[in-house]
Ligand binder design. Structure first.
Ligand code: ADP
Length: 619
């Protein structure tokens, strides 16, 4: 009897007996677990008094079945109310017995409140680890993988079963030397936390970069039992940083190029105009003069390209049909490209028109097609495509210059050499070329980039070394859809009748040549060295003065200040502004002063004549 009593009383689990739904026996553990001071406080209590209301229905049901004689011990989790009202969770097994000759139910209950709480915490931890975006890898002390989370599977392409038991070196890309890993393991073995970046390889072979923190996990005795690596895929972030860096670099090169181009223009202008006069004076030397002219023109073209890169498009905007652009280029290529290059042209019907500069947009395609040709010295296929595409918000967010919406896409694809990944970031830099000096200037793509940006578009390059490249130009469609077509300029012969024209420029050489040209066009030239001088000349000759051509950037008094002052004296006199480039704001200022005629520096005799003709015919 004593032994049995001891066995029951000192059991670590609560033991009790119900009869007629009342407690008729409890051991001392039950007294403790229910928060009673003595067994007497519990005895006689109804079962439903001590079971939590939410569990009452089910628990009483079980109790009734047991009482009716059901046997078989299987535990259930039941919440009980202690005498002070707090809740305790117990795992209860109950069985039918006969007690004092009457049917009864005996139960054994174990407090599992703490265990459950720990389990819930563990579950939360496990869910967090399973759901974070960082990939988590746990290895044992020998480096064998014992756990990876789903983010790891997603980033690497390996499933859990494929990597368990393996060493994380299966992700090695070969981009780090053996010392890199040795240093890492040495730090880990010393119990230090290792932080660094890996270039790793996915299952499909593509490389990705991740920032990792690896630390040792220790048991209660301080012994290292495993290592945990938490890694974040930073491939995308690094790509965006590189893109931002590239556009910053291009911007600063653009500013630089703009400045240089401006000075070059001034240096070229006298040559371009002087050549025409030399030809008149030395008809026998036309060969060498032709060469001068061709060289100067080539230099001027380069400057123009540089400027369009520096500032983007600035010419007059007209509505252009992409199909026409493509057709024009196709004709050009058919005539001049080698026969071993097969041309494929695809153009969606009914493409929206784009608002653009009628000389710059064809230039984009021309530059890209010439590059494609150069990339296929042994022949291949050049595909020229035009289509209309919707750029969605996700795609747009991956490209700094792109905004979501409709775009006309012009695509030039070749099956040529392709572009090595090491240089693909630099191909848009001005003067970057891999071609021989007589073949390439390195300005083609930078010009394309400048024009595309100036038109509110953006550019994408895809290339596979050895297979070919695709350049895709995205241009926003013209919303007004005017559909007007560009009409090609025809050269006009225009001469004056001795009228007086004032030419204001701080470059002596340019003044001399301009005056000579004006004389040849049968005008009477006057010149001034800056705005202040221009005002004096204009005042002196106000009665016979027909028009004024002025430079923009001059010391003492610049073009704008000059015209402002001039307007007070001669409110209606026609004025042409000669400049290499002009910001929109400045153009607006001139417009408000009634000046809309512009002459792009460096100009030729024909261009000067044309500007004057246009100006004087509208007068
Ligand atoms: P250029 O053609 O005068 O060299 P670009 O700015 O047009 O100047 O091009 C710069 C460089 O980009 C080229 O020298 C070439 O290495 C590379 N490139 C451009 N387009 C292609 C292409 N379609 N295929 C291969 N490489 C290209």
């Amino acid at each position: 009897e004593d032994r049995y009593r001891q066995l029951v009383e000192e059991s670590p689990d609560a033991i009790g007996i119900y009869q007629d739904h009342r407690l008729v026996f409890v051991n001392s553990t039950a007294v403790k677990q229910f928060g009673a001071r003595s067994a007497a406080e519990l005895l006689g209590r109804e079962s439903q008094q001590i079971i939590h209301p939410d569990d009452r229905g089910k628990a009483l049901d079980r109790l009734r079945r047991r009482l009716a004689g059901e046997t078989g011990l299987y535990p259930a989790e039941v919440r009980y109310l202690r005498l002070d009202g707090t809740v305790v969770l117990m795992e209860v097994s109950a069985t039918h017995i006969v007690f004092d000759g009457k049917p009864a139910v005996q139960f054994i209950a174990r407090d599992i409140t703490d265990r459950k709480r720990a389990e819930a915490t563990n579950l939360q931890l496990a869910m967090a680890v399973e759901q974070v975006v960082e990939s988590i890898v746990i290895t044992d002390v020998t480096g064998k993988i014992i756990y990876v989370n789903p983010a790891f599977e997603k980033i690497t392409g390996y499933t859990r079963t494929e990597v368990l038991g393996h060493n994380p070196r299966l992700l090695k890309s070969g981009k780090h030397d053996p010392e890199f890993y040795q240093r890492m393991w040495a730090a880990l073995a010393r119990g230090e936390v290792w932080e660094g970046r890996f270039i790793n390889q996915q299952k499909n072979g593509s490389l990705y970069e991740e920032a990792a923190t690896i630390s040792a996990i220790r048991d209660a005795s301080g012994q290292i039992i495993s290592y945990v690596a938490v890694k974040r895929d930073i491939t995308e972030r690094l790509k965006n940083e590189r893109l931002a860096l590239r556009s910053q670099r291009l911007e600063s090169i653009g500013t630089l190029a703009g400045g240089v181009a401006h000075d070059l223009n001034n240096a070229l202008a006298p040559i371009m105009m002087g050549v025409e006069m030399l030809r008149m004076q030395y008809p026998k030397e036309s060969g060498i003069i032709d060469m001068f002219q061709a060289s100067a023109k080539r230099a001027a073209d380069m400057v123009r390209q540089l400027l369009s890169f520096a500032k983007g498009a600035q010419g007059e905007r007209v509505s252009l049909q992409p199909a026409r652009l493509v057709k024009e280029l196709e004709n050009l290529m058919k005539g001049s490209f080698p026969k071993n290059i097969q041309l494929v042209v695809r153009c969606d019907p009914n493409l929206p028109t784009v608002l653009g500069d009628a000389t710059q947009l064809p230039q984009i395609l021309l530059n890209l097609c010439v590059n494609a040709r150069d990339a296929m010295p042994f022949g291949g296929t050049l595909t020229l495509e035009a289509q209309c595409l919707e750029v969605d918000a996700t795609y747009a967010s991956s490209i700094p210059e792109a905004r979501p919406g409709k775009y006309v896409v012009l695509r030039v694809r070749d099956t040529g050499t392709g572009i090595a990944p090491e240089i693909i970031d630099r191909i848009f830099d001005p003067f970057f070329t891999t071609k021989d000096p007589d073949k390439g200037t390195g300005l083609g793509l930078s010009t394309v980039m400048g024009i595309v940006k100036g038109h509110g578009g953006f550019l994408q390059v895809y290339s596979q070394p050895g297979k070919g490249s695709t350049f895709a130009v995205y241009l926003p469609p013209d919303c007004s859809r005017l559909g007007t077509e560009f009409v090609a300029k025809t050269e006009v012969e225009f001469r004056g009748q001795g009228e007086t024209i004032l030419f204001v420029d701080d470059e002596a050489a340019l003044r001399d040549v301009a005056c000579a040209v004006l004389r040849r066009l049968n005008f009477t030239p006057l010149s001034a060295t800056d705005g202040a001088d221009g005002l004096i000349q204009a005042a002196e000759h106000r009665s016979e003065l027909l028009a004024i051509i002025t430079d923009l950037h001059m010391p003492h008094m610049d073009g704008l200040a000059f015209v402002r002052a001039l307007r007070r004296m001669l409110p209606d006199i026609p004025v042409v502004v000669a400049s290499g480039r002009m910001e929109d704001a400045l153009a607006g200022e001139f417009k408000s002063l009634g000046v809309t005629s512009r002459l792009d520096k460096p100009f030729t005799e024909v261009e000067l004549a044309e500007a004057l003709k246009k100006l004087l015919s509208t007068k």
